[in-house]
Design a protein around this ligand. Structure first.
Ligand code: 6GU
Length: 276
């Protein structure tokens, strides 16, 4: 893959991410630490945070107003967002996606993160209060996304979630590419449990198979535990189209074994119950 080679050779692939918010320090904090910060320092990613108030024209830098039609709360005015995006276009170029995080959006997923990680430039416009004037979404946004079925006080946390998920998919950002390809949701089932030293801690031992050095058995154990927890916690993933497309013969067989064992122990319990 050309992108991966360029990244390992030290050539710079810059992905630009622009975030417009009324809480710029909250978002800058995210860009100052961890994997995202390292990607910025190395020039692989360029994150610019813009204060929405810098795009007001009144003396009090007002960004919100009461809703037409009445009702509670305040709505973020359209003009500062239009000016902010015009400024971003002039100084940073035309973005391939303008994303508005909102509880009304379609659900953000791994596939969207992978898609946006291939863009050269994305913009995130954060709302607050009751929402953003709908004309911002209509005229400027290419996508409106929600990160889950709960309500946040503003789009900032969601924008950081999206930026993090997207940036870690950019080749060269995460040191070991296997960490990215083996993530839960890179595969349509959950990740297996992880352990490090010490082999025993407060009476809890790391599963023996992981200390055995037997790579094939380790791989089997990991697949099995991954599928067991997927069955317990996220059975919906096993019915999805992603699963059918990705699951090989070993996955299908392991899943059948787990289900058969569980069926067996369930009917065993029922029989014992009837006997007593
Ligand atoms: Cl993207 N924004 C807000 N305010 N709340 C949310 C959300 C976004 N996604 C889930 N809840």
């Amino acid at each position: 893959m050309a992108g991966t080679d360029a990244a390992t050779e030290g050539a710079t692939i810059v992905m630009r991410v622009d975030i417009v918010t009324i809480f710029p320090e909250m978002v800058r904090g995210f860009a100052r630490e961890g994997i995202v910060a390292r990607a910025c320092e190395r020039g692989v990613v360029d994150i610019a945070v813009h204060d929405l108030r810098d795009f007001t024209t009144d003396r009090h830098r007002v960004v919100d107003d009461s809703p037409f039609g009445g009702g509670p709360g305040m709505v973020l005015k359209p003009e500062p967002f239009f000016r902010a995006l015009a400024h971003i276009r002039e100084t940073r170029g035309e973005p391939s996606a303008v994303i508005v995080p909102s509880p009304q959006g379609r659900r953000f997923t791994h596939d969207l993160a992978v898609g946006w990680s291939r863009a050269e430039h994305i913009v995130l416009l954060c709302g607050r209060y009751e929402g953003i004037d709908e004309r911002v979404v209509e005229a400027l946004a290419t996508d409106e996304i929600s990160i889950g079925d709960y309500v946040l006080s503003g789009g900032e946390l969601a924008a950081m979630v999206v930026a993090d998920a997207v940036v870690r998919q950019v080749p060269g950002v995460v040191g070991d590419a296997r960490s990215v390809s083996e993530d839960s949701f890179a595969r349509p089932w959950l990740d297996y449990p992880h352990y490090t030293r010490p082999a025993e801690w407060e009476g809890r031992r790391v599963p023996d198979v992981l200390l055995s050095g037997h790579h094939a058995q380790v791989a089997r154990w990991r697949l099995r535990t991954a599928l067991e927890r997927t069955l317990d916690r996220r059975p919906d993933l096993l019915d999805g189209p992603g699963f059918a497309a990705e699951a090989g013969a070993d996955v299908e067989r392991t899943l059948r074994e787990i289900r058969a064992e569980r069926q067996g122990s369930r009917s065993g319990r029922q029989e014992r119950k009837q006997e007593s």
